[in-house]
Write a protein that binds this ligand. Structure first.
Ligand code: B1M
Length: 211
């Protein structure tokens, strides 16, 4: 039985989306539970992708292809997970801040989080501070992630933290920031809870923040 989970994980790592979807279905047909397939196959595979990406052994295109395979597997599992009411690792609201249109890194972070079992809400790019506030009220996430790629838009992270505080919702969420010009020191300075340098670290940080 464990063998098929290993096959799912290694085919996911190799980006074999059709094979992953078939193997997920096969595992279910053999009587495995949706959560077992999710944790032992898809998430285990994405964890390995994350580790090798962090170590510099995998690059962005390979991670995107693996994430596509993960989505193919999730396509089979999703209806069953919803039925079984499997608890998610946490709800993660993510967006690229106001004035910034870069979304490749943000999308990568989102995919890795989904691979780790987080439910994500993607606000897209050029997200106004007030739009984060409204989305927090609507979706009640555990975590918020902000991405910025421009030195000129980093300031919008502070503006968003301030807007969340003014709206009285800051304490209801943990805030993570990232993107090429962002640093740990900057995260602390603006009152965010955490900084993650890359998509794989974002998963580790999200897991520890979500407790
Ligand atoms: Co832009 N751009 N760009 N660009 N662009 C940069 C960022 C730049 C460094 C290029 C350069 O000059 N060398 C420079 C910024 C300089 C600065 O501010 N210091 C720059 C500029 C100046 C601009 C424009 C102003 C150019 C112009 O029009 N004059 C303009 C701005 C538009 C705007 O946003 N308003 C602009 C436009 C664009 C394109 C639209 C053409 C395109 C974006 C397409 C898209 O995203 N859909 C683009 C691109 C592609 C780049 C570069 C080449 C690549 C960025 C990227 O996707 N990297 C970039 C130069 C470079 O980085 N080599 C550049 C790959 C991605 C996987 O990495 O996004 O860093 P990254 O994400 C990483 C980590 O940072 C981290 O995890 C990811 C994966 O490990 N991470 C997080 C990211 N978000 C995170 C959030 C987290 C945690 C981790 O928690 C929530």
């Amino acid at each position: 039985m464990a063998d098929i989970l290993q096959q799912i994980a290694s085919n996911l790592y190799d980006g074999e989306d059709e094979v992953v979807a078939e193997l997920v279905q096969k595992a279910l047909d053999q009587g495995m539970g949706a959560n077992e397939v999710l944790q032992g196959g898809l998430i285990a595979g994405m964890d390995e992708v994350g580790r090798d990406f962090k170590a510099g052994d995998l690059f962005v295109p390979e991670v995107l292809i693996a994430a596509r395979a993960m989505h193919a597997g999730m396509g089979v599992l999703r209806p069953l997970l919803a039925e079984a009411d499997v608890p998610s690792a946490g709800k993660y609201l993510i967006g690229t801040v106001k004035g910034d249109l870069h979304d490749i890194g943000k999308n990568l972070v989102k995919m890795m989080l989904e691979g780790a079992g987080f439910e994500t809400v993607d606000l897209g790019t050029d997200v106004e501070p007030q739009a984060f506030v409204e989305a927090v009220r609507e979706h009640k996430p555990t975590l918020i992630g902000m991405s910025a790629l421009l030195t000129t838009t980093m300031v919008q992270m502070r503006a968003t933290v301030d807007a969340l505080e003014e709206a009285g919702v800051r304490e209801s969420v943990k805030i993570m920031v990232g993107g090429a010009p962002v640093t740990e020191a900057f995260a602390q300075e603006i009152g965010a809870d955490a900084y993650a340098p890359d998509a794989a670290s974002a998963v580790d940080v999200a897991r520890s923040l979500a407790g």
